[in-house]
Write a protein that binds this ligand. Structure first.
Ligand SMILES: C=C(O[C@@H]1C=C(C(=O)O)C=C[C@H]1O)C(=O)O
Length: 263
């Protein structure tokens, strides 16, 4: 098999999906980047498969996705937080984590569709501190969201929890998107083996990764074992469809129909 260029997110939530992936499929050339960067690399043809924000899956040019694998949640997700100085309906300006696309769009969906407000949005560069901003609210995702305290903001809204309270559905943040024309071959089974292996070793991964993240190992363990949902079943697919409908209504993605799209 020819080399398959695969890009993954470097956050803790992704570790179980890539643990031993290249042992299971030695032809995979695995690189790591922010979700937004992976989406751009996949669109540019610099990657064959990417763990990309689900909104970018909908924006992509005939992408498919690896079945039954996702980064999702049913209710609270703990790592996608909108810190705000004011309640939702009073938000007039928001800074959005530059690593994010799904949650950046989700923030705007909730504000516009649920609360009827259309705030000014601006990007928050990855390296920029989030505790001293002039905007009413700031969206953080991934590892930095897990560590963030931001005492200057009165509210810390968990967007997984907000989504499920609003729609009654699970939230899917990212999928393994496959560029049109790419054949996965043996790698498809390797994605599933890696997921199974990684989830069976979530405790080992948590113990190994916690110190570098500045997080408690038990917290990391429960985050991977009990909070992040790695399956993409019928309920998650329904969540994806609802997300796509809302994003289309707001012009955040093209309106073309996308039912299951599985690779
Ligand atoms: C749950 C998360 O999902 C992430 C959120 C993403 C986004 O908002 O675009 C993209 C990829 C996921 O890794 C997280 O990293 O906190």
């Amino acid at each position: 098999m020819a080399t398959l260029r695969v890009g993954a997110v470097n956050y803790l939530n992704t570790k179980p999906l890539v643990e031993r992936l290249t042992d299971f499929a030695p032809d995979i050339d695995l690189s790591f980047d922010l979700p937004s960067q992976l989406a751009d690399q996949l669109a540019a043809g610099d990657l064959d498969v990417g763990l990309v924000p689900v909104v970018e899956f909908f924006r992509g040019d005939n992408y498919t996705f690896v079945k039954n694998i996702a980064i999702g949640s049913r209710g609270p997700v703990l790592s996608v937080t909108l810190f705000s100085k004011v309640p939702w309906a009073a938000i007039r300006s928001v800074s959005l984590d530059e690593g994010s696309r799904t949650s950046a769009a989700l923030t705007q969906m909730i504000l516009r569709k649920r609360y009827g407000v259309t705030p000014v949005v601006e990007p928050l560069p990855i390296a920029a501190p989030a505790d001293d901003l002039t905007t009413d609210a700031v969206l953080l995702i991934g590892d930095r969201a897990m560590r963030a305290c931001l005492p200057g903001y009165r509210f810390a809204y968990d967007l997984g929890e907000e989504w499920t309270a609003w729609t009654g559905l699970p939230m899917v943040f990212a999928v393994w998107a496959v560029r049109s024309g790419v054949a996965l071959g043996d790698a498809e089974a390797a994605f599933h083996r890696a997921k199974e292996y990684g989830l069976a070793h979530a405790g080992v991964i948590a113990q190994r990764e916690a110190a570098a993240l500045g997080l408690d190992p038990g917290y990391c363990r429960r985050y991977m074992s009990n909070i992040i949902r790695y399956d993409l079943g019928p309920a998650e697919l329904a969540g994806m469809t609802r997300y796509h409908e809302l994003a289309s209504e707001l012009g955040l993605v093209p309106e073309r129909a996308r039912a299951s799209g599985a690779a």
